[in-house]
Design a protein around this ligand. Structure first.
Ligand code: FDA
Length: 441
């Protein structure tokens, strides 16, 4: 008899902050529940890591520490950022700091500390490669999830519910390929040590990451010129004013979810400057201060090439020849650079890529986007009883906080509640599905 894979109530794919928060929610639920939820999480990295390539020393969080992994769901939790600070002996120092926005490296350390406390629920080094339906009497009751370990070993786990939280994909403009000298900023800190002798950098993009990379290179390479190329006239500030910030509230998810498409579109248009292609005011001021200081001193090595785009990148053994074109005049300038860093953002990944034949059983709206319930459960045809949940990839249904940390703690509570509510899957009589049973696998 082939060995049956273990069956979990919840299997999570990816173990970034989203599924880490879910692991905590499950752990807290199980601490008092009689009928525990069995959960496990699979992560392709070999240990916990959150955007390690951008853990720039002085970069800060763009979200209040109170929007940590748990506080908005359960302020009494021992997994709060404040509990972490207490554990590390820094609580009073943090209070004296009078700052809502911790360093990014500090929040990463907080995530690692929390991940270490739910270590029993995670398998690292497991790259999930496929999800297959398990069919009983014509109905999909479970999923078999296959992952590859670095040794090449293939593992299969079975689950009643799957929570996909695989994050965003780095985006490069069409025609651009990452290489030894052309990087997406995702890998920035891993690569930058390789170029100690660089004389010129080109940074593409005017968002937070572009500004951070520009400031870092300018400071760390005092002999190099840093050219920041972007289509805008200048960096634009992130709107983190209190009323606008409400767009990240849990209640805003309800408003957005229930709104007609046209209102959804308008909300994104009004408030995209809370998150997209914007920069913290302090960093804008710092970069301007540097540009002005160099003007006064007569040695200008921090160049803002605005209203422009990169028209060509020609890589050769000694460097990269970058052609920059003015959007105003069409004039072209050639820059011989050692490295080009594209800080050109991320895109939502297609969550159905892993689902194989199940992808065809996920329902779509008139724009061919996935239909998702308020509980983040994908709408599927009636013959799929097992649950597919998304963390991320739901901006079209749940709004701007979908790929951010702001609402994570509340979202995982809602997902867990949905799993609990549906705990006893109804297996309908076979005759209900007589017409489709033969086509289901
Ligand atoms: P995340 O991308 O963090 O994790 C996904 C995980 O899934 C990864 O660990 C990946 O390895 C794993 N994975 C993917 N495919 C897999 C597979 N097939 N098998 C196994 N594992 C797989 N937001 C915010 O609110 N405030 C902030 O301050 C910031 N700051 C910030 C800085 C930087 C530099 C970036 C790039 C982004 C932010 N963000 C942010 C936004 C960011 O998307 C968010 O903070 C979280 O990373 C979202 O967490 P997730 O767990 O959903 O995805």
């Amino acid at each position: 008899m082939p060995q049956q894979p273990p069956v979990f109530d919840v299997l999570g794919v990816g173990f970034g902050p989203s599924n880490l928060a879910l692991a905590i929610a499950v752990t807290e639920y199980n601490a008092t529940a009689e009928d525990v939820v069995t959960a496990h999480f699979l992560e392709r990295q070999h240990h916990f890591g959150w955007h390690r390539g951008m853990l720039i020393d002085d970069a800060t969080m763009q979200v209040s520490f109170l929007k940590d992994l748990v506080t908005m769901r359960n302020p009494n939790s021992t997994f709060t950022f404040l509990s972490y600070l207490h554990h590390k002996g820094r609580l009073v120092d943090f209070i004296n700091h009078k700052n809502l926005f911790p360093l990014r490296v500090e929040f990463h350390d907080y995530f690692e500390w929390a991940a270490g406390r739910v270590d029993d629920l995670v398998s690292y080094g497991q790259d999930v490669v496929s999800v297959r339906p398990v069919v009983e009497e014509g109905v999909v009751t479970h999923f078999d999830v296959t992952s590859h370990a670095p040794s090449g070993e293939v593992e299969v786990r079975r689950a009643r519910n799957l929570v996909l939280a695989t994050g965003l994909r780095p985006h490069l403009p069409e025609g651009v390929e990452a290489s030894g000298r052309v990087w997406h900023n995702r890998d920035f800190l891993h690569r930058v040590e390789e170029v100690a002798e660089a004389k010129r950098f080109v940074v593409v993009g005017a968002g937070q990451s572009g500004a951070e990379v520009t400031a870092f290179l300018h400071e760390r390479f005092p002999a190099a010129e840093v050219c920041s190329v972007f289509a805008r006239y200048g960096y634009s500030p992130a709107d983190d004013s209190p009323f606008a910030n409400r767009i990240f509230d849990p209640a805003a998810v309800d408003d957005y979810f229930g709104a007609p498409d046209e209102v959804k579109r308008r909300l994104m248009e009004y408030h995209s400057n809370t998150n997209y292609a914007v920069v913290d005011n302090d960093l804008i001021a710092e970069l301007y201060r540097r540009v002005y200081r160099e003007k006064v001193l007569g040695r200008e090595r921090l160049r803002m090439i605005n209203l422009s785009h990169v028209a060509g990148v020609d890589e050769h053994p000694a460097g990269v020849r970058v052609t920059v074109e003015s959007l105003a005049t069409g004039e072209r300038e050639t820059l011989d650079a050692d490295v080009v860093v594209y800080a050109t953002g991320y895109r939502e990944a297609d969550p159905t890529a892993l689902l194989g034949e199940l992808a065809g059983r996920c329902l779509r709206d008139e724009h061919d986007r996935l239909r998702v319930g308020r509980d983040y459960r994908l709408d599927t045809d009636d013959h799929v009883l097992a649950g597919l949940y998304l963390q991320g990839g739901t901006e079209h249904t749940h709004g701007i906080s979908s790929s951010l940390l702001s609402n994570t703690s509340v979202r995982v509570g809602e997902i867990l509640e949905s799993v609990l509510d549906r705990r006893e899957p109804r297996v309908p009589a076979a005759r209900d599905f007589a017409t489709t049973a033969s086509s289901a696998h």
